[in-house]
Design a protein around this ligand. Structure first.
Ligand SMILES: Cc1cc2nc3c(=O)[nH]c(=O)nc-3n(C[C@H](O)[C@H](O)[C@H](O)COP(=O)(O)OP(=O)(O)OC[C@H]3O[C@@H](n4cnc5c(N)ncnc54)[C@H](O)[C@@H]3O)c2cc1C
Length: 406
């Protein structure tokens, strides 16, 4: 029976382990952390968004320039496959109002527990506290462990080492040097679904950091996104910002800053806002007029001052247009350690169709360490699971082993 090493016990590595163990191979999963799936568990903290229910023609373009490379892999492991898989592990799912798919339990822990039990039943060996440090001259995998160095010489290897965000959860991106040292093309890792820096006044930073801007629309260039943004001490983060984060990051990389427009009342036209503001008693403070007429919160009024200058106009038409388009200058991207995910990684050109490194025959790559990115919405986990399954299929084809489903 062929001996397989999988390095990385996140969604991608564990999915590869499941497919390979079901096909009858002897699978050992190594991870540098004391337990498996730490980032997966963290992803479940605010509601585990497993995938998205939208049709494929809307789903695939979320992966931007990598959509073409991911298409056959996601067609091979679709959102429906993922939902059926979760349900098979006793975790029924539901579709939220945004179209996002969640397990009913919302958390990742019951799913991970059932999954690890299934893998154990399939004979998968888990080796925590094994920090992969590369290959020795004989081609053996080298690991740093609390008991000293250990090595392994498997018949094939799947690397599923994740990106470089939230390094305390295990994925630290240290693998980039190891693979580049082997002549593998790795595109620079960059923050994705990241926050941005804004030079807030001390009032905004000290009084409003941690408060959300709900139901706003943010526009960058020609892209407008409805959703929520969060004011932080450093700037802005949150779903609507993440959706624009790839374009904003690239613009800041090129021009040093980027101009974002916030519409605080996307559901109303400027004319409707103007009419409502005009009805508010003129002898009241501006903040009171805006609160009573168009329900601006103290944060929103202060954001207008931040964007348009301290002395806001008082006439209703000018105020309405200020509310419909508050410009903010983003001066930087928050560090990758604070981002939800990672862009960049192993270039698809370095891989064959089965996700095997052409420079390292017998070594396959899966998950977030591949060079794709996507907004939040379940696309990250979907691609991690799908590429894990695809790398395992590629490996089975190379060894001439039939997958269980075949
Ligand atoms: C706060 C947060 C919330 C998120 N929420 C969602 C969500 O709701 N929906 C969604 O789709 N996505 C979400 N994500 C993203 C999602 O969790 C990741 O995209 C996904 O976990 C990537 O899977 P992976 O298996 O490729 O990598 P990882 O999950 O990062 O796993 C990689 C594993 O490799 C191990 N490893 C790394 N280097 C080594 C080494 N040298 N030796 C041994 N082991 C090593 C790590 O310890 C880790 O266990 C969230 C991420 C964060 C940070």
């Amino acid at each position: 029976m062929a001996d397989i090493a999988i390095i990385g016990a996140g969604p991608a590595g564990l999915m590869a382990a499941e497919v390979l163990a079901e096909a009858g191979l002897a699978v050992t999963v190594y991870d540098r952390m004391p337990s498996a799936g730490r980032k997966f568990l963290m992803a479940g903290r605010g509601g585990l968004n497993l995938t998205h229910s939208e049709p494929m023609d809307r789903f695939l373009p979320r992966y931007g320039s990598a959509a073409g490379r991911l298409e056959p892999l996601i067609e091979g492991f679709t959102p429906q496959t993922l939902i059926a898989w979760a349900e098979g592990l006793g975790q029924p799912t539901f579709v939220g109002s945004s179209g996002r798919v969640f397990p009913k339990a919302l958390k990742a822990s019951p799913l991970l527990r059932a999954w690890l039990a299934r893998l154990q039943g399939l004979g998968v060996q888990l080796r925590p506290r094994h920090d992969w440090t590369g290959w020795d001259v004989e081609g053996r995998l080298r690991f740093k462990t609390p008991e000293g160095e250990s090595t392994a010489l498997p018949d094939a290897t799947v690397l599923a080492l994740g990106g470089a965000s939230w390094p305390k959860l295990g994925s630290n991106g240290a693998w980039t040097n190891l693979l580049e040292g082997q002549g593998v093309r790795v595109n620079p890792l960059k923050p994705a679904n990241a926050g941005f820096e804004v030079a807030w006044s001390h009032i905004l930073r000290d009084r409003f950091a941690g408060e959300p801007l709900k139901g706003v629309a943010v526009t960058f260039g020609r892209t407008r996104v409805r959703g929520e943004a969060m004011v932080t001490r450093h700037g802005l983060e949150g779903g609507a910002i993440y959706a624009l984060s790839a374009a904003l990051r690239d613009a800041i990389g090129k021009d040093g800053s980027a101009r974002l427009w916030i519409d605080l009342r996307p559901e109303a036209s400027a004319a409707q806002l103007e009419a409502r503001i005009a009805l508010a008693p003129a002898d009241q403070s501006l903040a009171n007029r805006l609160r009573k007429s168009v329900h601006l919160t103290p944060l929103e009024t202060n954001l207008l001052r931040e964007a348009h200058g301290k002395d806001l106009p008082s006439d209703p038409a000018a105020l309405a247009s200020a509310i419909k388009g508050a410009p903010l200058t983003l001066t930087g991207v928050r560090p990758i350690e604070r981002a939800i995910s990672t862009a960049g990684g192993v270039a698809f050109e370095a891989l064959d169709d089965g996700l095997m490194l052409t420079q390292k025959p017998g070594v396959f790559v899966a998950g977030e360490m591949l060079d794709w990115e996507a907004p939040t919405g379940g696309y990250l986990l979907q691609a991690s699971f799908a590429t894990g399954a695809a790398a395992a299929d590629g490996l089975l084809r190379r060894l001439g082993v039939q997958p269980k489903s075949a």
